[in-house]
Ligand binder design. Structure first.
Ligand code: NOJ
Length: 722
């Protein structure tokens, strides 16, 4: 019998239930009491030595000597902070995501962490929701690719390798669909949307080997996810055959009581465990001395054994039974220079050039005025970092130290909030005496993240006024945005000649921002989430279904750009079409948008076959689409080549376009490269939720293919399934 089965066979009821919880008790004496009582998992007690002390109690002073899972929210870095996940998604570069996760895992593991509560693959289409910063944006395909890359970075091929930690993919499922964008709120949706949008990145993450999954706080169809047997057990465990550990979110089990579906905590625990939860986060299964709060018989014994088996299997896969301690002398407690270089490059790759009339890149010469609250703020780490993270400096500090011969003046003008001191007149006067103004505006990191939803998506405080004040002086300027969510920019965007989206980029944010502003690095990221024109049109996302009455030009002509909702009301004259009377169609900046310091031309889109038979596609055959991309500018640069697809006639309404492939490529000035994309079952199919259980199908008919550097790609090919 193997180790896991032997243990399960010899455990008492109390010992089993104690394994099934993770406790967060900051006080070391209190924590040790829980560990001595056989609790299976703890939150990181903040050093390798403290972890070893607790592991020693678990291994040497409990009856069975089972080591601990040591969990922590390592979200985008441990000591050395990489860009936020939303920013990393903008890199459109899975390797960057994988490598920053590998770095985070190595740092965290050196301190004894063996389990992270990351990645978050919740599709998020409502920027009012503060947690959009923790995920990969609005597109299920992008979220799946990036989530899988992050899992590879954390877990590698073998969890026993040094520097590896177990991932927890979260939050299963639908959390990003919170009504009104208000955190923790109800999510409700059809099976069609659940399957094709919200479940999809979890399915990909489970297939990528995610060691654990975390349940979400929301309800779906009135059932809180912590008690949602059909999705937790029916879909995740049974249908997908996933063998990992399903953990609850913090007090998510207890939250069943205020949700109104459980009478008390013990009722909540019973419902959750029966629904398929393996680990409760909070410590509600035993008391501090390991006495089960639920008597044998109140939970199905096989369900409890299954949960314990999954937990012990993960501990075994991590090598904890053979190697429970970490070498304390090897704990990484500071950001090393190699790590800094790595996150600096990742940060530059995550920036998105929203618009540019040629003002950027700038030559740091003459007199430059630095204004806006983010000129001097060091708040670049983002919403999910811990107090021990390596801090960032400010952009002003970076510029001044890097270019000692340039004359920089700092005049903040405004703060982040309405009641911060402001002096717009001083900025206007100062601007007149300078050759260039750089405005650093944004949202401080506590305005995004958990429990940080906003109803207003404009720059907070008087920052919009600041930008308009600078614009009115006529002095050349550029705006750098530092923020955790898509913003509404309507109040100033037309007045700004150049705008760089820099997100919260982490420890090396200032260096990376300066690299990009000066052209030492190329801004070639793309938006992973649409920027709305107004909070009133939210949710606005590119992969929407057409209505029966899309806004069309003159009511007769079918223009592709209008059909996908990307042109203004001047062209939209038909009354009975789907639009707002007081707003242009589409977002301000759509998913996939971003320019750069060079230009690209697309040509010769071609298919290896113009069609395939359905049975061939189902048997795994594929067609290849190739396209030539030329760097037509004077500089080397990166291009994000994107392939969108539209199923032109289908049994259910399909997205007007959906991303089915992308690749970020470096192309030298004047060079032409050929990029190929595969077209097979995964690209052409969808989940047919009418079937029970849902089936992944490809339907015969025509498909439109739109390769290019953005959603506006005008190149169109058709492909037929016969
Ligand atoms: C609550 C959050 O929803 C979850 O994402 C996080 O991992 C846990 N707290 C633990 O900190």
């Amino acid at each position: 019998m193997n180790r896991v089965e032997e243990l399960v066979g010899s455990m008492t009821w109390d010992e089993k239930l104690a394994q099934m919880q993770v406790v967060f008790r900051p006080d070391p004496a209190e924590l040790e009491r829980w560990v001595r009582a056989g609790t299976g998992a703890i939150f990181w007690p903040r050093s390798a030595a403290a972890v070893n002390a607790q592991q020693r109690v678990a291994v040497e002073q409990t009856r069975l000597g089972i080591p601990l899972l040591v969990g922590l929210d390592v979200i985008h870095g441990h000591r050395t902070i990489a860009p936020t996940p939303l920013a990393l998604a903008a890199s459109f570069d899975p390797d960057t995501v994988q490598e920053t996760a590998r770095l985070a895992a190595a740092e965290a593991a050196s301190g004894g962490v063996n389990w992270t509560f990351s990645p978050m693959v919740d599709v998020s289409r409502d920027p009012r929701w503060g947690r959009v910063v923790e995920g990969f944006g609005e597109d299920p395909y992008l979220a799946g690719v990036m989530g899988a890359a992050m899992i590879r970075g954390y877990q590698g091929g073998d969890l026993r390798e040094p520097g590896r930690i177990a991932a927890a993919v979260k939050h299963f499922v639908g959390y990003g669909h919170a009504e009104g964008g208000r955190d923790y709120n109800t999510a409700d949706m059809s099976e069609h949307r659940l399957r094709n949008v919200y479940l999809e990145p979890f399915r990909v993450a489970a297939a990528a080997g995610a060691a654990s999954v975390m349940a979400a706080f929301n309800t779906i169809g009135g059932k809180p996810m912590h008690a949602h047997r059909r999705l937790l057990t029916g879909v995740l465990k049974d249908e997908w055959g996933w063998r990992g550990v399903l953990v609850g979110d913090a007090d998510g089990v207890g939250n069943l009581v205020p949700h109104g579906v459980a009478a008390d905590l013990l009722d909540a625990v019973q419902q959750s465990v029966r629904a398929g939860l393996d680990v409760e986060m909070g410590g509600s299964l035993t008391d501090a001395d390991g006495r089960a709060l639920l008597a044998p018989g109140t939970l199905p014994a096989e369900r409890v054994d299954d949960a314990v088996r999954r937990i012990l299997t993960l501990k075994d896969r991590l090598g904890l039974f053979d190697r429970p301690y970490v070498p304390e002398g090897e704990e990484i407690t500071e950001a090393a220079s190699l790590a800094r270089a790595q996150v600096r490059a990742a940060a530059a790759r995550s920036t998105v050039l929203l618009k540019n009339d040629g003002t950027l890149p700038v030559t740091p010469r003459g007199r430059i005025l630095l204004t806006g609250p983010y000129a001097t703020s060091a708040d670049h780490l983002g919403a999910w970092t811990q107090s021990f993270a390596a801090p960032a400096g400010s952009v002003a500090g970076e510029l001044i130290s890097r270019y000692p011969r340039t004359e920089f003046t700092v005049e903040a003008g405004v703060g982040f909030y309405d009641d911060d001191p402001a002096d717009l007149a001083a900025v206007a006067a100062a601007a007149e005496r300078h050759d260039l103004v750089l405005v650093f505006a944004g949202e401080p990191s506590d305005l995004s993240g958990e429990a940080a939803s906003r109803s207003d998506l404009q720059l907070p405080g008087r920052q919009e006024e600041l930008i308009r004040t600078v614009a009115a002086t006529g002095v050349p300027f550029a705006v750098v945005l530092v923020n955790g969510r898509p913003l509404v920019t309507a109040g100033w965007i037309e007045a700004a000649p150049a705008v760089l989206e820099a997100w919260h980029l982490g420890t090396e944010a200032p260096a990376a921002i300066v690299d990009v502003l000066t052209g030492a690095a190329e801004p070639a990221g793309r938006l992973p989430m649409s920027f709305p024109r107004s909070a009133g049109q939210v949710p606005v996302y590119y992969a929407h279904e057409n209505t029966g009455r899309p806004a069309t030009t003159g009511g007769t002509m079918r223009s592709e750009a209008v059909d996908i909702g990307l042109v203004g009301p001047d062209n939209v004259t038909e009354k009975y079409t789907s639009k707002y009377l007081d707003l242009e169609l589409g977002p301000q900046f759509e998913f996939g948008h971003g320019s750069g310091y060079t230009t690209f031309r697309y040509a010769n889109a071609r298919l290896s076959a113009h069609g395939l038979r359905l049975d061939a596609i189902e048997a795994g055959e594929r067609a290849i689409m190739n396209i030539d991309v030329t760097n037509t500018g004077g500089r080397d640069g990166d291009e994000v080549v994107q392939l969108y697809l539209r199923d032109l006639v289908s049994s259910v309404a399909q997205p007007v376009r959906r991303l089915v492939g992308f690749t970020r490529r470096h192309i030298s000035a004047g060079e032409t490269i050929t990029v190929g994309f595969e077209l097979g079952m995964e690209q052409l199919g969808f989940w047919d939720a009418e079937e029970n259980p849902a089936r992944f199908v490809v339907e015969p008919g025509m498909f439109g293919l739109y390769p290019g550097g953005s959603l506006r790609a005008t190149c169109e090919l058709t492909f037929e399934i016969l």
